[in-house]
Ligand binder design. Structure first.
Ligand SMILES: Cc1cc2nc3c(=O)[nH]c(=O)nc-3n(C[C@H](O)[C@H](O)[C@H](O)COP(=O)(O)OP(=O)(O)OC[C@H]3O[C@@H](n4cnc5c(N)ncnc54)[C@H](O)[C@@H]3O)c2cc1C
Length: 415
């Protein structure tokens, strides 16, 4: 494996670096440098507003959705150039979180299944951040098992009528559009009676209710649909083929989440290098060093695993299911790292005022966000199933309801 840039990649990197140096919103540099998983917010401004301004500027310079075709707002760059850009964007990448679902999941789904007119209408605005999209998949009865969903779409002339509920929809409260998976035929096995649409989040009958999280933020929502009308022209893919369409979205989701998971290790290392314990700096303590050494090994394992994926991309291969390892390992690591940082601070670990934000507050936010990392985009158990079945070739999970018509699956409380 060769980690050096090719001459062509080095030219690209230099160009990206120069553009970022000349255009990045440096007034947020200090705040963004301090922010970490669970606390990516700005003191005085909304991240969505600042993010939109940064995204617009990048779009004008041709630095958004780099691997998308130019006619849809991208740059036509290679997947490796996209990775190089992300490395160079550095802390300013944190401003792009509101757009990642659009770029990473909704956009690729519209690109694969939308009409040419829809692609030209919607994709450039996803790329420029002008319009934000969300992913309306999970429901109270359909999370890991998305195909267990119950939100119904019924045909009425040239449109569909949607009724039901979604949950955990990230960014629905500031989204303009969403991709929505629904049940269109309950008489066939669960994976076979689904259809995908996209819809305007301001449509009459759509109600978005933010969920308050343990860390005080409200990043995701419940979304209710009451007789919401969606034109048939906004169907993505064939009637009852929504499962296959959703696989496009989920495959892209796993790739984009797996690519950039935090571990908390750089933050912990820096923290221990400065924290004074009773008998000296934390980094000089034998027990602390032993813990740090273990996490350093894991962090470099993750780094080289992601480099293997980048290496595959540079050879024109598509990263495979082995990418699930990154999220699985990093998710539990960040939780352990944050808990350790809080323990090190003793009683001070429970303080969370702004003056302590760099110490306790930062790791508290990380600790409270970490379980979300272990659940979003596939739980630890689902990641283990993927690795077991698709990487190691072990026997598949038991799926007793796979061939049973959805309305014959015994379920408590089905209406
Ligand atoms: C931060 C965050 C953001 C999210 N954003 C979105 C979003 O934007 N859009 C969206 O649609 N959804 C979103 N989700 C929802 C997410 O996709 C689901 O939470 C996830 O798929 C798990 O589903 P669930 O919560 O229903 O848990 P369940 O599927 O009910 O799982 C409960 C437990 O059972 C285990 N389990 C389930 N099936 C198996 C199995 N076959 N084998 C072994 N164990 C199993 C799980 O691992 C888990 O421990 C988000 C979630 C989080 C945490």
């Amino acid at each position: 494996m060769n980690f050096d840039d090719t001459p062509q990649e080095a030219v690209f990197r230099a160009e990206a670096r120069k553009w970022i140096a000349a255009n990045a919103p440096k007034q947020y540099e200090a705040e963004l440098s301090k922010s970490s998983l669970g606390r990516i917010r700005l003191a005085k401004e909304e991240i969505v507003d600042v993010g939109k301004a940064w995204q617009k500027k990048k779009a004008e310079g041709g630095w958004v959705c780099l691997h998308w075709p130019k006619e849809y707002g991208g740059r036509g760059a290679s997947p490796v150039e996209k990775v190089i850009w992300q490395q160079e964007e550095g802390i300013y990448f944190k401003l792009t979180s509101p757009f990642q679902i659009g770029e990473g999941m909704c956009g690729p789904t519209v690109m694969a299944y939308g009409s040419e007119a829809d692609k030209r209408r919607y994709l450039p605005k996803i790329a420029s951040g002008e319009e934000i999209w969300c992913q309306l998949f999970s429901e109270p009865a359909g999370g890991s098992d998305v195909a267990g969903l119950r939100t119904r779409a019924e045909r009425d002339g040239d449109h569909w009528v949607i009724n039901g509920q979604k949950i955990w929809t990230s960014g629905a409260h500031y989204s303009d559009y969403g991709i929505l998976i629904t049940r269109t035929d309950p008489n066939v096995p669960k994976h076979k009676g689904l259809t995908m649409f996209f819809l305007d989040m301001k449509s009459p009958g759509v109600e978005v209710k933010p969920i308050k999280q343990a860390n005080g933020a409200s990043d995701f929502n419940e979304v209710y649909f009451t007789d919401v009308k969606v034109p048939d022209s906004q169907r993505l893919g064939e009637f009852n083929d929504g499962w296959n369409v959703s696989l496009t979205t989920l495959m892209n989701e796993r790739m984009s989440i797996g690519a950039g998971v935090s571990t908390g290790f750089p933050e912990l290392f820096e923290f221990c290098s400065n924290l004074m314990l009773e008998d000296g700096l934390a980094i000089d303590d034998r027990n602390v060093r032993s813990k740090l050494a273990n996490w350093a090994v894991r962090a470099s394992g993750l780094k080289y695993t992601s480099m293997r994926a980048i290496s595959a991309l540079s050879k024109g291969e598509r990263p495979g299911p082995e990418n699930s390892i990154g999220k699985l390992v990093a998710g539990s690591m960040i939780q352990d790292v944050a808990a350790f940082a809080l323990d090190l601070q003793g009683a001070a670990g429970v303080l969370s005022g702004p003056e302590d934000a760099e110490a306790a507050g930062k790791f508290q936010a990380m600790l409270l966000r970490a379980p979300g990392t272990r659940v979003e985009g596939g739980t630890d158990e689902i990641m283990r199933n993927i690795i077991a079945e698709r990487v190691l070739g072990l026997p598949g999970d038991i799926r007793v309801d796979k061939d049973v018509p959805f309305n014959k699956i015994p379920t408590k409380g089905r209406g």
